[in-house]
Write a protein that binds this ligand. Structure first.
Ligand SMILES: Cc1ncc(COP(=O)(O)O)c(C=O)c1O
Length: 424
């Protein structure tokens, strides 16, 4: 097979595939193939199509979006002040708007979701020996460097995340240390849930689960924090206002910089006294920003104008999933019922083809592709936990991009079949 020149995102993807795959949770994804290396290391230009004419469809994450002209204009025209003094009018407006939207007393503009989750843990678990209970596949537990232990001194115990992002409430109950004040135990203070659930493929937590969780938490005097980085996707999927979901939580962290398209920012919502303490924790972590209105202006647009289009991402993710199932030969496995929002996880069942190799093939333009598809198409995706591939939709991906990406996956399926036939 012959490669062609690569776009910058493709080069960085292949660099990632060549070194980062080993760090994924499941080691069976660790096989970085000769195929991947030869593409990246050879840097050989292609015979065949011109890379300049190739379409790059970046499905690596919904964090890759770039602000459009309206958002940039709002940023450049934002009224600003010193937000550490509480004097930035645009930040204040954003915070008020977010609190209302979430049905909470107050909200705080934070630089990132990681910091906002950490602040929540710090404020809820204030006493030495406090503990939080968290899903074993949650972002908080896996992808935040253990910040709650490292920086906040908070012990975690885990419950097993089920494929739909929930966990068994009996298991949760068994983990609660109700022996306090027995000095052997940490003191359970907080339960964290994630909605939508990232690793489990953008799954939406059912309202009935959240309601039961609330009842259990109240029985033991526990706080509930939701890592709602994508809770607006959950709300769009359920067709309810976010406040209907968040009524079961004490606090929430909602990212503006994912499907909502802002360049920076996460809103941390909760009761007023919680947010007052959160302001102090944010400052201690170095997250007190000054003329942050420039960023908050983008956040205001994210929470107003960008919410309505999340359904487009969900529809595109689903139509891509359906197209994968129709590929011939049928090498892609998808659980359609699990495609609820903008994140899709699927598997490849072609013999000897790892998720990393599939991603590498999708990311480059191959010989004969222009002729088959009408143009070169580079689809960027990441290998994911459990031997899967993850693809994420966002405002940079149109219906037409989705259609082309599906055609590319069909092309790759046939390419693999041809190679296999030649080898036998
Ligand atoms: C579920 C979830 N929570 C938290 C975060 C952290 O957000 P940030 O990248 O802004 O720190 C992410 C980022 O992808 C996420 O997916």
């Amino acid at each position: 097979m012959t490669s062609t020149a690569l776009s910058a995102p493709s080069r960085s993807l292949l660099r990632y595939l060549s070194r980062g795959v080993n760090s994924l949770k499941h080691r069976h994804e660790a096989g970085v193939t000769h195929f991947v290396r030869s593409y990246y290391e050879s840097g050989k230009p292609a015979t065949g199509c011109q890379a300049e004419s190739a379409r790059t469809i970046d499905l690596r994450s919904d964090t890759v979006t770039k602000p459009g002209p309206l958002m940039r204009r709002a940023m450049s025209e934002a009224e600003v002040g010193d937000d550490v003094f509480g004097e930035d009018p645009t930040v204040n407006e954003l915070q008020q708007h977010a609190a209302k939207l979430f049905g909470m007393e107050s909200a705080l503009f934070c630089p990132t979701g990681t910091m906002s989750n950490l602040i929540a843990v710090m404020v809820h678990c204030r006493e030495r020996g406090d503990e939080m209970i968290v899903g074993d596949l949650s972002h908080l537990h896996i992808y935040e460097q253990g910040g709650s232990a490292q920086l906040a001194g908070v012990h975690s115990t885990t419950v097993t995340n089920l494929p739909n992002g929930t966990f068994d409430l009996d298991q949760l109950e068994s983990k609660i240390r109700h022996g306090y004040p027995d000095p052997h135990y940490p003191r359970s203070r907080l339960v964290c849930v994630e909605n939508t659930h990232n690793i489990q493929g953008g799954r939406v937590l059912p309202l009935a689960f959240l309601k039961e969780l609330r009842t259990l938490a109240d029985r033991y005097g526990l706080m509930v924090h939701m890592d709602g980085a994508r809770v607006m996707n959950a709300a769009a999927s359920l067709g309810v206002p976010p406040a209907d979901i968040l009524q079961y939580c004490d606090t929430v962290s909602v990212c503006l910089s994912k499907g909502l398209g802002a360049p920076v920012g996460t809103m941390l919502g909760g009761p007023e006294d919680f947010v007052k303490r959160a302001v102090r924790a944010r400052k201690a972590l170095g997250g007190g920003m000054r003329q942050a209105g420039i960023l908050a202006a983008a956040g205001k647009l994210a929470l107003s104008d960008m919410v309505g289009r999340l359904q487009d991402d969900h529809r595109n993710a689903r139509s891509f999933a359906q197209a994968l199932l129709q590929c011939d030969p049928p090498i892609y496995q998808v659980d359609l019922a699990a495609v609820e929002t903008n994140i899709l996880r699927f598997r490849v069942s072609a013999e000897g083809v790892s998720p990393a190799e599939l991603c590498a093939r999708a990311a480059v333009v191959s010989e004969g592709e222009e002729q088959a598809l009408g143009q070169g198409v580079q689809v960027l995706m990441f290998p994911h936990v459990g031997g899967s591939v993850r693809a994420v939709w966002h405002l940079g991906i149109s219906e037409e991009d989705t259609r082309l990406a599906a055609l590319k996956m069909q092309f790759v399926a046939q390419q693999l079949a041809r190679e296999r036939a030649r080898a036998h």
